[in-house]
Design a protein around this ligand. Structure first.
Ligand code: PMP
Length: 430
């Protein structure tokens, strides 16, 4: 095989650099097995960042389904076949009764874009509120509500006037900290909504993740989502819970992220885990909301919910259930979190460990009082861990949070390898 560097230079000539890859010299991955990736030279890596391939790489059940369905039929989604209904029923069964309808698409971006279109049509109000430091996708509308400056340093300049950004509800380093942070952030949001209503631009949509994934798996403080949802609805608006990263049992305790917050959103967006790496996403909502688009023609996607992707979607739900991967996220994620918290006691660079289940973020800071982000150190640690066979990358607008979101089949042995490798990298850095 050609060395990675040859392939990199070929890629840089023919493929847009706008779609980046994190490492200066990324490993050239050829295959994967469970939470392990193997490069062209046969080197093994622990995959700590793959929040798409939830069942693990190379899962035989998905491979069998894909091959069988591919041989049987793969067609434009306009035709009628069983798997669309089966997948929709299975998705609805995971949600409260208020949800009664599903739209299948190909990605998280498409799901968010369609969700925004539905919410704006239903509320009759174009103005959308979202929170700082979040990412929702790359299409015109999804990008408009994506506020993360690590993904788009010019996000504030390119934002259209119908998007209103609320403070990131972060009780660790945000403007409000501590136990009452949720109420304080919600009060700020309510004030903002009142001002917008008075200005003649009432909020019709609120979109947020129930745990801020892009910022590092940061908890949305208790009380925040319930209070903001109430305020949005009081003003005639609807809410979108973006579950593209956090949903599908990754947190261990709950299947959907919003379940922790005592709220039921109006619209849920999901992708990534749904297809275990095969392009598949969904908007799950209520038929009265979808009806708002009825006079704007049909919503149609040639491949969204194709025979292949919807059949894979059903298999993914089967394997999640049969292998109790949400339970594994709870158990192994809990063990991993405990070990990371113990590590924090020995390494002052670790500010805090965010998250739960297999949705964790290790925030590195230079000073525990000022919380000065250890951005450079985070990069050095990621580079060193790659040398040591662990793929882990920074996230968050300060680039100082280690993103820990491995496949949900993650084993206890792998958790131990990750913690001991991080321990070594932190020790070497001192
Ligand atoms: N929403 C969230 C919360 C995400 O994390 C992402 C992807 N990182 C998206 C939407 C967009 O999904 P996709 O990359 O499948 O378009």
């Amino acid at each position: 095989a050609a060395p990675s560097t040859d392939l990199l230079s070929r890629r840089s000539r023919s493929y847009s650099p706008i779609q980046g890859h994190y490492y200066a010299e990324p490993p050239r991955i050829e295959r994967g097995w469970r939470e392990h990736l193997i490069d062209v030279d046969g080197r093994h890596y622990l995959d700590m960042v793959n929040n798409v391939t939830v069942l693990g790489h190379g899962h035989p059940a998905v491979a069998r389904t894909a091959e069988r369905q591919w041989r049987l039929l793969n067609t434009n989604s306009r035709f009628h076949y069983a798997s669309v209904a089966e997948l929709s029923e299975r998705l609805l069964a995971t949600l409260p009764d208020s949800f009664d309808t599903v739209l299948l698409v190909n990605s998280g971006t498409e799901a968010v874009d369609l969700a925004l279109r539905l919410a704006r049509a239903f509320s009759g109000r174009p103005d959308v509120a979202c929170v700082a430091e979040s990412y929702h996708g790359w299409s015109l509308a999804a990008d408009a509500v994506s506020t993360s400056t690590s993904d788009n340093p010019r996000a504030a300049e390119t934002r259209p006037p119908w998007v209103h950004v609320l403070d990131a509800p972060n009780a660790y380093r945000g403007v409000h900290r501590g136990d009452d942070a949720g109420t304080a952030y919600a009060d700020d949001a309510r004030e903002r909504f009142d001002a917008l209503r008075a200005a003649g631009t009432p909020i019709g949509t609120f979109i947020a993740e129930p745990r801020n994934g892009n910022a590092g798996g940061i908890a949305v403080p208790p009380g925040y989502l319930a209070a903001v949802t109430e305020a949005v609805r009081a003003g005639g608006g609807v809410t979108i819970s973006d579950e593209v990263q956090v949903g599908y049992g990754r947190q261990g305790s709950v299947f959907w992220g919003f379940e922790d917050h005592g709220v039921v959103p109006d619209i849920v967006t999901v992708a990534k885990a749904m297809g275990n790496g095969h392009p598949l996403g969904a908007v799950i909502t209520r038929s009265d909301i979808v009806a708002a688009l009825a006079d704007q023609g049909t919503v149609f996607s040639s491949s969204g919910g194709s025979t292949l992707s919807s059949r894979i979607g059903v298999t993914v739900l089967d394997v999640l259930r049969d292998e109790d991967l949400q339970g594994n996220a709870l158990r192994t994620g809990g063990r991993l979190r405990d070990a990371l918290v113990a590590l924090a006691e020995r390494h002052p660079l670790v500010g805090t460990v965010h998250g739960q289940g297999l949705y964790l973020g290790v925030e590195l800071v230079r000073d525990h009082d000022t919380l000065e982000p250890a951005t450079e150190e985070t990069r050095l640690i990621c580079d060193r861990m790659l040398d040591l066979g662990v793929i882990v990358q920074p996230t968050g607008d300060r680039g100082n949070v280690l993103k820990v979101k491995p496949p949900l089949c993650f084993s206890e042995a792998s958790a131990d390898v990750f913690v001991s490798t991080l321990d070594r990298a932190l020790t070497e850095l001192r």
